[in-house]
Design a protein around this ligand. Structure first.
Ligand SMILES: Cc1ncc(COP(=O)(O)O)c(C=O)c1O
Length: 409
């Protein structure tokens, strides 16, 4: 069943705007339900947790409810496997710090060239402890990560493989389940950056059996907040980042020094409420999880329509270098489309598109190593059009008509 676009767009008040927002991989628009939750929290529950009085108990319940709902988003087995933090960057830095004592000199960690720096830098930092960092290169023609190449890098000293579920430049979905099984069979752990995946498809950490999995809620229709899944047994092992009297088993609080933001955690729960409603509209019954999965089927359908329109257009032009998969109907493609135009400056393209009220972006998107590797600086970075399910066919028609004019200038 197709999404009810009228309903969808009404859930995002900021879409009532003359601009077409197509920089969603930078940050999505926020759901009304999330904003309402922030208000509710501030007006009714804005007290410190842990008190015996009613408002404090209500605040604790609201915070817990947010975590519980986000556990449904991840399909985590336990609510306390979800760690909240201000951003994925911070959460992955916390993770590497809290794992550091598990590494000794000579241990190896593998990172990928296709990642955002958030899931590279925190691991490279372990070099200070004598850890050896290796880069998992991509296939130079397809820009895909392949298991043969990983196999060649892994040794009995490999302790962790950090990789992206979807690169925020390439938009290609990596097979997390397959890679995780491969890494586990070689006695190492995985840390997956899911930031560019989470807005587009259902997450299932249980089925994929991942160890660590991070995403930014502000790019997944929520407030400026982030969440990290840590499998329960690994979470117990992490060194705490809070006060000394927060023991190893005080999870997830030991990973949330100074406490996570209560109102944003509560607000984030409305992302799941929204997905559940979309699933019900699609005719799904049963658990919230089932409904959420049904919602993502419809989300994927809408995004594929949009992605095909943009990629078909760019392919026909013959002056565009499209990064990653070029076929919009490939199920491994999310609608994050980066490209350069022969002899054109990407910044100038975006500045011209601003005049048409199309919000897109240029640059390296903090995937600096990938951008350097692809020599994108020749064009002053890539142009990125990042769509999501609330974008419409009409908006994409406006985008392509504007792009046509801008590239003819
Ligand atoms: C793929 C990817 N990973 C990580 C990040 C960092 O997320 P945050 O801003 O929450 O630190 C981004 C942000 O653009 C991203 O696109």
């Amino acid at each position: 069943m197709a999404l009810d676009m009228n309903y969808v767009r009404n859930q995002f008040p900021s879409l009532k705007n003359e601009w077409a927002f197509m920089d969603n991989a930078g940050g999505s628009q926020i759901l009304k339900g999330c904003v309402d939750n922030i208000n509710t929290y501030y007006y009714s529950n804005n007290v410190q947790l842990g008190g015996s009085y009613d408002a404090s108990k209500a605040a604790a319940n609201a915070f817990g409810e947010g975590r519980k709902k986000i556990a449904t988003l991840f399909n985590a087995a336990h609510t306390n496997e979800i760690v909240f933090g201000p951003s994925t960057t911070v959460l992955l830095q916390f993770l590497s710090k809290s794992m550091a004592s598990q590494f000794k000199a000579g241990d190896e960690v593998i990172v990928t060239i296709t990642d955002h720096e958030s899931n590279i830098g925190p691991w490279v930092w372990l070099e200070e402890r004598g850890v050896i960092i290796k880069f998992w290169p991509m296939n130079e023609e397809t820009y895909e990560l392949e298991l043969d190449t990983l196999d060649a890098l892994m040794t009995e000293k490999t302790k962790l493989v950090a990789f992206t579920h979807v690169s925020n430049l390439l938009g290609t979905i990596n097979n997390v389940k397959e890679i995780t099984a491969f890494v586990h069979a070689r006695d190492a752990l995985v840390c997956v950056d899911a930031v560019a995946y989470a807005p587009h498809r259902a997450i299932d950490v249980l089925d994929w059996n991942v160890d660590f999995y991070a995403l930014s809620l502000y790019k997944t229709y929520g407030p400026h907040h982030a969440a990290l899944y840590c499998r329960h047994d690994h979470l117990q092992e992490l060194d705490g980042l809070y006060h000394y009297f927060y023991g190893k088993d005080k999870v997830p609080a030991k990973m949330e020094p100074g406490n996570a933001n209560y109102e944003l955690s509560f607000a984030s729960g409305a992302i799941v409420d929204y997905l559940v409603t979309l699933g019900e509209q699609a005719g799904a019954t049963g658990s919230n999880r089932k409904k959420l999965e049904a919602a993502f089927v419809d989300i994927e359908e809408q995004e594929t329509i949009l992605c095909k329109l943009v990629l078909n257009y760019l392919q026909k032009r013959n002056d565009c270098r499209i990064l990653g998969i070029k076929d919009g109907s490939d199920p491994r493609k999310v609608p994050t489309i980066a490209f350069t135009v022969h002899n054109k400056d990407s910044e100038q393209i975006c500045l011209s598109m601003d005049k048409h009220k199309i919000a897109i972006r240029f640059g390296d998107f903090h995937a600096r190593r990938l951008s350097d590797h692809l020599v994108l600086n020749k064009n002053n970075g890539a142009v990125r059009i990042s769509l999501t399910h609330y974008n419409t066919v009409e908006e994409v028609a406006k985008l392509l008509a504007s792009l046509d004019k801008v590239l003819a200038e």
